[in-house]
Design a protein around this ligand. Structure first.
Ligand code: PMP
Length: 361
């Protein structure tokens, strides 16, 4: 580690709950030729047409369109809503932050399933609100009954993640409808569907189909995963104007750059090609899951671009085995390891490491 050069500032009064919050951490390749399967990224390189659109958005001496009008109009037309019922942010994680801040502050509760996307607890802390994590069921899926039962008069937001990161499990349309019946109308429900395009289970809920039924529901989508634009940071929300206006008021202005907006539109223009890449990844996922099960792993029913290995107390050792096999994994101490479905060449390495690990458990 590089030694500090500036004076120690630990006497400056900062919010204690913030000091206690660890910063968001990314998996990093230990070796340059290692396959980075730690962040659920898309292994395909950007399409040439998308790169061209980014280069063409060259007027970067000017601020971008603050409300991403062209992109919102495009998404609105595709999904049969008004452009005011779409809101764009610098990644869906920024949107999560905006909606949480818009609805929950000190004394308020935000419910979510756990384990789920590792950014949720930190975003709730920054808002000054209280996290109420509800344990997943034994299969790594949301326990919607327990989540509904945990709603109190302090609950302001419920985050529901389908497919769930890191287990990949989906929520069925039937279960989601039953859940929404139990959620009071004043509680904001955020349906985080970052991995929706990888779902092939037709019993799964699809927020885009049902958002019109529930005034308190916002659906969150992203260009980071299926559309392969993780580095440009574009996410979007679909929901009632009153909810989106509150998120817009909570946003850092101008955070979605012009090149990012242009790349998202160019990606929508090429969605057939991009979604056929998703088909390839889905096939690869199903292959990996089948082989892992043959090896003896109990894999949750993933509908996403990653798999979850429940390595429990052996997680650190298992992560080291992946590193030795040239794979950067995402270990969650004491719980398990999440691995993205990446390049074709990563698959055999992933499977070889997993076989060593399962035989040592
Ligand atoms: N939601 C979930 C469930 C995720 O896994 C991620 C990314 N890992 C995000 C949201 C945020 O993605 P982005 O900000 O890149 O849109």
């Amino acid at each position: 580690e590089d030694a500090s050069r500036l004076p120690n500032a630990s006497h400056v009064r900062l919010r204690p709950e913030i000091i206690a919050t660890p910063p968001y951490r990314q998996g990093k390749p230990a070796a340059p030729d290692a396959f980075k399967l730690s962040s659920n990224e898309n292994p395909f390189p950007p399409l040439p047409g998308v790169i061209e659109a980014i280069s063409a958005a060259h007027d970067v001496n000017r601020y971008p369109d603050a409300t991403a009008t062209a992109l919102r109009e495009r998404l609105a037309a595709e999904h049969g809503v008004s452009a005011d019922e779409i809101h764009v942010g610098s990644g869906s994680v920024a949107l999560l932050s905006q909606f949480i801040q818009a609805a929950a502050g000190p004394g308020d509760e935000v419910l979510y399933s756990w384990r789920s996307f590792e950014a949720y607890p930190g975003l709730v802390t920054v808002a000054g609100a209280t996290s109420v994590p509800i344990a997943n069921n034994g299969n790594g899926a949301h326990d919607l009954t327990s989540i509904a039962d945990a709603i109190t008069d302090r609950t302001r937001v419920v985050i529901v993640c389908t497919p769930n990161n890191p287990t990949g499990t989906i929520i069925t349309a039937i279960d989601f409808a039953a859940f929404m019946q139990k959620v009071p109308a004043h509680v904001l429900v955020l349906l985080d569907e970052a991995y929706a395009e990888f779902v092939r289970d037709d019993t799964a809920v699809n927020g885009l189909d049902i958002v019109g039924r529930y005034p308190n529901l916002v659906v969150l989508r992203t260009f980071s995963k299926a559309y392969g634009l993780a580095g440009l940071r574009v996410g979007w929300a679909l929901g009632s104007e009153q909810l989106l206006d509150a998120a817009r008021a909570s946003a850092i202005p101008l955070s979605v750059t012009g090149p990012a907006q242009a790349a998202a539109i160019a990606s929508l223009d090429r969605s057939d090609e991009l979604l056929s890449r998703v088909d390839v990844l889905v096939e690869r996922r199903d292959h990996v899951v089948a082989r892992l099960r043959e090896q003896g792993w109990a894999i949750p029913a993933t509908q996403s671009n990653f798999v979850w290995l429940a390595t429990g107390n052996e997680t650190d050792a298992a992560a080291a085995t992946f590193t030795e096999h040239g794979i950067v994994s995402r270990p969650f101490a004491g719980a398990g390891i999440r691995l993205s479905i990446g390049e074709p060449e990563s698959v055999d390495k992933l499977l070889a490491a997993a076989e060593v690990i399962v035989n040592s458990l």
